[in-house]
Design a protein around this ligand. Structure first.
Ligand code: M6R
Length: 613
């Protein structure tokens, strides 16, 4: 939810930290700040409300100079967005800290510190941690030990980086519930919430594990202590995606770039996972085959866009694999007394692999594994080394590459492809004609998506009909209902237009009352078995004077009229239609947002990775 970057280098670190913050801004953009220890041994700090650009402006007039520093871009949880609440926070003018996450027991700890005479500057939970570490440092004279002592006292989720003027060539980091990576350089090392932040200085990373505490220092290099207090060795990974992932290239926004990357990343997600005319279930990891053979039902848990992917998969798993399937948002699942029938596969979906509710749901399911019917946990995820993949029994990585736009696009369609691979792998009748046809259709999907992207021009034109509206309704049936939900989520998230989605058959049970000339209605209408029913639902809208925008196959007999616009979407196997129909809805929300002049990649109040509950 917030972005952390820290550097211990042999050169001035301001530029490295600033570039890192720009690359992390997708994680939060309420305020930003930086602290650097200067050559005189004093902590210097600049902070600004708003985006990293505001901090950069301050640094033009008040540059920070030094070879060690920490920086932060914030998504506010405790305390409003303001300069005084911006990180880094200081304690005793000798210690600086940046923190991502929530300290749940900060109130009693704050009272305790106030009792000791500490005066707080901000409303944040982070400042409590700063003072606790500073107090422990006085006793231990060792920054790593002081951090460990403090972490023993705090509850909640965090990633943090700390430096102290009296340990001038050390940075200590820790993670529990929020991501933190070590960037391994040559005679210099770094910390960040995401490897992307450090690609300008290194392409080698250590992904810290839950409970790890790390010390970067000149004389001892990188020391990692595991949650149980023992020294730990963690592998160094080379970053695979290259630095272009962190730049917009020729595109005006990351979101547009990521929409256009979909044919390529879907091809990458399929690569090595299909053999001839069948799916290689070994792609899901060692032991997948034995486990899949026993699966009698599936529980899918996720949040937001990932949840919508799970909703599509439910139709597939039930129809193609005959498996009873439930799909639930993680924030509800984690607090429910879930009844788990025997031989249930637990599946989580997540772009980031760090979403707090999804992780908590996985841990809840695992805690019940012995007494419930769960066979095992599978994560479908986009970030290698993320908590979700490490804590699951099986993992299938989508190959979307880094997704920077807060609105999820390519992560969603690659999840759908991964879920189709799962569906085919779970079918009892493997290798039949249905699998052959679908594998062929999957192989051809990138080409179909290229054609869907060619709808960009007409959709940009269509978007004008939405830019002045305050509400919109999205309709779909069957697998297209979750696509309608996803279309509505995209529109509201980046254009701030209130949008709702309904299964079209529900219209007459209430929402029809909303329909008038000011309420554009978008319908997704592929040529499937529910098409005729959907057409009747659309007549209900037209009869009430609603303005209809229908995305349909060429073959669908719908003729444009006064209040009916039809846009043709390339035809594809009906099971893959949800993937193809997603593209025009993504483009629609994008163009409406551009017309409205909103911040497409960093919409207000949101952040990319929701690592707090
Ligand atoms: O990283 P995750 O897939 O677990 O994130 C879940 C949601 O926060 C996410 O899909 C969110 O709804 C999207 N950014 C919306 O576009």
């Amino acid at each position: 939810m917030c972005g952390i970057v820290a550097a211990l280098a042999a050169r001035n670190v301001q530029g490295i930290l600033l570039e890192g913050l720009k690359r992390l801004e997708y994680r939060g953009y309420d305020s930003a700040g930086m602290a650097v220890l200067n050559e005189a041994g004093a902590l210097t700090r600049q902070r600004a409300k708003g985006k990293v650009a505001a901090l950069e402006e301050k640094l033009v007039h008040g540059a920070l100079t030094g070879r060690i520093g920490i920086a932060h871009t914030r998504w506010a949880t405790h305390g409003k967005p303001s300069e005084v609440n911006a990180h880094p926070h200081l304690a005793r003018e000798r210690l600086a800290i940046v923190h991502n996450g929530i300290i749940e027991n900060f109130e009693p700890l704050k009272r305790e510190l106030e009792g000791d005479g500490v005066v707080f500057e901000s409303e944040t939970d982070t400042e409590v941690v700063a003072h606790l570490i500073a107090r422990a440092f006085v006793e231990t004279d060792d920054l790593l030990a002081a951090v460990q002592t403090t972490l023993d006292r705090i509850d909640g989720a965090y990633a943090l980086a700390v430096m102290h003027a009296d340990a001038p060539r050390e940075i200590v980091g820790a993670r529990k519930g929020s991501p933190l990576v070590v960037g391994v350089g040559i005679d210099e090392n770094f910390l960040a919430s995401d490897a992307l932040a450090l690609l300008q200085v290194t392409d080698r990373f250590i992904y810290l594990q839950e409970g790890d505490v790390v010390r970067l220092s000149d004389n001892r290099g990188i020391e990692i202590v595991a949650a149980d207090g023992s020294p730990a060795e963690r592998p160094v990974h080379a970053f695979e995606h290259g630095d272009s992932a962190a730049s917009r290239g020729e595109y005006r926004h990351f979101m547009l770039k990521e929409i256009h990357e979909q044919p390529a990343v879907i091809a990458a997600t399929l690569e090595g996972r299909l053999s001839g005319s069948h799916v290689l279930e070994s792609s899901f990891g060692v032991g997948a085959r034995g486990l899949f053979e026993r699966v009698a039902q599936v529980h899918i848990v996720a949040c937001g866009t990932s949840y919508h992917a799970g909703m599509v998969a439910r139709y597939w798993l039930e129809k193609l694999a005959g498996l009873p399937t439930t799909v639930e948002v993680a924030s509800e699942y984690r607090y429910r007394e879930v009844v788990v029938p025997a031989d249930t596969l637990f599946v989580t979906l997540s772009q980031s692999g760090e979403t707090a509710d999804t992780l908590a749901a996985l841990r809840y399911a695992k805690s019940r594994a012995k007494t419930s019917g769960y066979l095992g946990a599978l994560a479908i995820c986009n970030v290698p080394g993320s908590s979700l993949t490490r804590e699951s029994d099986l993992a299938l990585m989508t190959q979307a590459g880094p997704e920077i736009g807060v609105a999820s696009t390519k992560a969603f369609t690659t999840q759908l492809v991964a879920l189709m691979l799962l569906t085919l792998s779970l079918r009892k009748s493997r290798g039949d004609e249905r699998e052959t046809t679908l594998v062929q259709a999957l192989r051809g999907l990138p080409t179909v998506l290229d054609s869907a992207l060619a709808m960009d021009g007409p959709i940009a034109e269509l978007s004008e009909a939405f830019a002045e509206k305050h509400h919109a309704l999205f309709l779909g049936r069957g697998t297209q209902f979750p696509i309608a939900l996803e279309g509505a989520l995209k529109l509201k998230e980046i254009s701030y237009i209130h949008a709702e989605a309904y299964p079209a058959g529900e219209l007459k049970h209430g929402p029809l009352a909303l329909v008038d000339a000011d309420m554009p209605v978008v319908a997704v209408a592929p040529n499937d078995e529910l098409l005729e029913k959907l057409k009747s639902n659309l007549q209900e809208v037209r009869a009430r004077g609603g303005e209809l925008f229908v995305f349909a196959d060429e073959g669908v007999a719908l003729t444009a009229a006064d209040n009916l616009r039809v846009l043709h979407v390339p035809a594809v196997d009906e099971f893959l239609a949800p993937i193809v129909y997603t593209i025009p809805l993504q483009l629609l929300s994008y163009h409406v947002a551009v017309l409205k002049g909103t911040d497409v990649d960093q919409p207000r109040n949101l952040a990319k990775s929701v690592t707090v509950e």
